[in-house]
Design a protein around this ligand. Structure first.
Ligand SMILES: Cc1ncc(COP(=O)(O)O)c(C=O)c1O
Length: 390
């Protein structure tokens, strides 16, 4: 039987990188002694009052169809969070709820791009971007950020990627996998280019709450940007709610109207009890978020110190998020071979970062979404693996 060409466009080219991860997961399910540092799912439990609110909402009967845009309580909580952190004065007509940030990214791609269009993506990039941008038939044009420059953006590289077919710039800041948060200068550069070439900017901010030091800067709040920026966020990371699938897009009202039409035929609204739980998280769980951020920061500092002390490894200090990039070429292996050899020798699984783009070659991405005890044990095993190589 024949399938549409879309099924080829959404295949993605980086699927192999996850083979080792799935192997490790299966081994763990069989009870084997493995430590999985290859996935970015928070290890914390969803806050108890969120679970309680969802249960109560179900018992109260919020188990039917809901509105396509989302409950106004949740949309208002999203708008308020955004107003507080960005200073951008938005109202709930600029908010649509989606099934996670991934669903919002996909909807943006379908509403903004078509065959013949180009979308620029800062690379290394989160792996689903490739399929997301290609789904409507558009071409992904990577702006390659180099490890030697700390994976930071420069004017020339961005400008060189623009053509008359460019319609949008997509990026995640803070970035998965690099942990780099774009600074004011970099955001102004993107904004300047977007204004000059009349481009949309899709700003994926799912790790914004986990910026450790600086206050997070929103590109939507820069002059002349509100009309062309779509800010994407989600509860997955911030409140350890990845399985609840609550995300959103904040955009100018005409974009929200188009996303609503798409959502009508694609999603038909999020479950009401989940939306209530989402509102509960945003309105009442600031303390949980703060404790998680502090724990991630401590884990980051521990890992950075541990890896820095192992000859042959070069960690990059992430400014945000839950991942650390570590250069492993000092081991004599490529990142793919390093990951495989490490797993076979010690049962620790890390991810070959080449999956996020060629400029990450030689790096592995290490997630610190496991307990401190597991992190300590993983570091011990990695150290003895490196010692045995010498
Ligand atoms: C950069 C980035 N964007 C989007 C997502 C998807 O998040 P969600 O669970 O909200 O769909 C992830 C998940 O890992 C991510 O790392």
């Amino acid at each position: 039987m024949k399938f549409s060409s879309l099924t080829d466009r959404v295949k993605g080219s980086a699927a192999d990188a996850w083979d080792l991860h799935y192997e490790a997961k299966q081994a763990r399910a069989r009870g084997e002694d493995v430590i999985i540092l290859s996935v970015g799912d928070p290890d914390f439990a969803t806050p108890e009052r969120v679970i309680e609110r969802a249960s109560q909402a179900m018992r109260d009967g919020d188990t039917h169809y809901t509105s396509i845009l989302g409950h106004s309580e949740l949309r208002e909580a999203i708008a308020e969070r955004h107003r507080q952190s960005s200073g951008q004065q938005i109202d709930i007509n600029q908010v649509i709820t989606t099934s996670g940030a991934q669903n919002a990214l996909f909807a943006c791609s379908l509403c903004l791009l078509e065959a013949g269009d180009e979308a620029i993506v800062l690379q290394p990039m989160y792996v689903t971007y490739e399929a997301t941008i290609q789904a409507p038939g558009a071409t992904l044009v990577p702006v390659v950020l180099h490890a030697e420059h700390g994976f930071r953006l420069d004017r020339e590289t961005l400008q060189n990627a623009i053509s008359e077919r460019t319609r949008a710039i997509f990026y995640a800041s803070p970035s998965n996998p690099t942990g780099v948060a774009l600074n004011r200068e970099e955001l102004e550069l993107i904004a300047e280019v977007a204004r000059r070439h009349d481009l949309w900017v899709v700003a994926d901010e799912v790790y914004a709450d986990f910026l450790y030091a600086e206050p997070f800067q929103h590109i939507a709040a820069l002059p002349g940007m509100a009309e062309r920026v779509i800010t994407i966020g989600s509860l997955s990371k911030s409140y350890a709610m990845s399985g609840w699938r609550v995300g959103w897009a904040i955009a100018p009202p005409p974009m929200i109207a188009n996303m609503e039409k798409l959502a009508l035929c694609m999603l038909y609204g999020l479950p009401g009890f989940i939306q209530q739980a989402g509102a509960e998280a945003l309105k009442h769980c600031a303390q949980d978020l703060q404790s998680m951020r502090e724990i991630y920061r401590q884990r980051r500092d521990f890992l950075f110190a541990a890896f820095s002390a192992i000859p042959g490894l070069e960690p990059l200090l992430p400014e945000a998020g839950m991942f650390m990039m570590v250069k492993v070429t000092g081991s004599g292996y490529t990142a793919a071979d390093f990951s495989r050899a490490l797993y076979q020798a010690s049962g620790v699984s890390v991810l070959d970062a080449t999956a996020f783009g060629a400029s990450a070659a030689g790096y592995v991405r290490v997630s610190y979404t496991v307990s401190e005890a597991d992190l300590r044990e993983a570091c011990k095993r990695i150290q003895s693996f490196m010692e045995n190589l010498q």
